[in-house]
Design a protein around this ligand. Structure first.
Ligand code: COA
Length: 373
């Protein structure tokens, strides 16, 4: 384009304002999000069916996603992930510096970069819960607990954290990880695909995706959601929420780029919580927290609809993530990292799919800077 053409170019909203909304950059068989109907399909099935099926395990869905991504069956994923967790625990001593970083996402990023250079998808997927649990134990000054190959992914993770890991709790975590395993071309998945499209190997794709997930607009909201639930125990929710908006802050756990109705994943987590309420010794505490969360959600929804009558802003995945992970006893500062363990199944499947079917992702920018005179 000549300088004269560059000077004269016009048309369309400034690119920076669009956030690529609605731009299709990949064909995928992995998941589909219908924001108008509030529907999430993962590997061909509705997310709630997958997550709430009797005995549903994260490993089963991860195998389906990876098979779709690679175009080949992925047998014995449960055993292979257990072996990968054992191998990751065996190298923990060499990762102490990375694991000891004070921020849980920084620590997961650094330990994955250091511990999984050159590793394949399954070794990397298996290593993540080991790093997250070890870092959480180090942060709270407790001794590390070794991975147990006889347990499933969810149960072993709870056990490595030193938390009660009976079946009801493990199934609730499985339901959580299944539900968040993939979600169209969200920011971290897009990031993973961009890196994969350059021909890079698995580790940098996952590390880059972890970086994208760290931000509060993507995966960093559930911790602040709990802070909000705590704060609104002392102050009327509406009053507290109005003060947040007046201070120029967003209400965490509300609003979504795609959904115009309530995020269907919030419903799955409510159901998983209701099961825990029934099956767990701490059930009554879960019920009270859930009732309070519903009050805050209603107040937030009412306030946001008054302020944005044309843009429905409803509870998103992070709102009830916060409650579910809290009910399992997972430390608040590890919530985003725990989300990453589940979402990594989707990232790795997208990386494989991108390599197999895509080409270098290299969009364009519009130059609005100075030109030589
Ligand atoms: N609280 C208050 N206002 C909100 C809001 C929220 N949670 N979410 C959106 N808005 C407002 C914005 O301020 C903006 O108002 P304006 O037009 O007057 O400037 C309008 O709604 C549109 O927001 P925009 O940022 O353009 O929408 P988006 O599609 O880019 O945003 C999110 C999607 C998720 C980033 C946004 O809803 C948000 O920040 N939510 C809180 C963080 C969160 O829960 N993240 C987890 C996502 S799963």
């Amino acid at each position: 384009m000549s300088h004269a053409e560059l000077r004269g170019q016009s048309g369309g909203a400034p690119a920076k304002a669009s956030g690529l909304e609605g731009v299709v950059v990949a064909d995928t068989r992995l998941s589909h999000v219908d924001g108008e109907r509030g529907e999430l399909i993962i590997a061909g099935s509705p997310a709630e069916e997958l997550a709430l099926a009797e005995g549903a395990r994260f490993e089963q869905l991860a195998a389906r996603l990876l098979a779709l991504g690679t175009g080949e069956p992925v047998p014995n994923l449960g055993e292979r992930l257990a072996a990968a967790r054992g191998a990751a625990f065996a190298r923990i001593a060499s990762l102490r510096g990375a694991l000891a970083l004070p921020d849980a996402m920084d620590s997961l990023l650094a330990s994955t970069a250091q511990g999984n250079a050159g590793a394949d998808a399954i070794s990397t997927l298996g290593a993540l819960p080991v790093y997250v649990a070890a870092a959480a134990r180090l942060r709270s000054g407790q001794p590390l607990i070794a991975s147990n190959a006889g347990l499933g992914h969810a149960q072993d993770f709870l056990s490595m954290l030193g938390l009660p890991a009976h079946t009801a709790r493990a199934r609730a975590l499985d339901a959580y990880w299944i539900t968040v395993s993939d979600h169209g071309l969200n920011a971290s998945t897009f990031t993973a695909r961009v890196v994969a499209s350059t021909g890079a190997d698995v580790m940098p794709c996952v590390v880059a995706a972890l970086g994208a997930l760290k931000g509060p607009l993507h995966g960093g909201a559930p911790g602040p959601v709990l802070d909000m639930l705590d704060a609104t125990l002392q102050v009327e929710p509406r009053v507290w929420l109005e003060a947040e908006i007046a201070a120029g802050r967003r209400i965490m756990g509300m609003g979504h780029r795609i959904y115009r109705v309530r995020d269907p994943r919030a419903f799955v987590f409510e159901r998983a919580l209701a099961r825990l309420e029934h099956d767990d010794a701490h059930g009554s505490a879960v019920a009270a927290r859930l009732a309070h969360a519903r009050r805050v959600e209603q107040a937030a929804e009412a306030l946001l609809s008054e302020r944005h009558p044309d843009r429905p802003l409803r509870a998103n995945v992070e709102f009830y993530t916060a409650l579910l992970l809290e009910a399992l006893g997972i430390p608040r500062d590890a919530f985003s990292a725990v989300f990453a363990i589940g979402r990594a199944a989707g990232w790795l499947a997208h990386v494989a799919e991108q390599r197999r079917t895509g080409k270098l992702i290299r969009p364009a920018s519009r130059y609005v800077g100075a030109l030589p005179q």
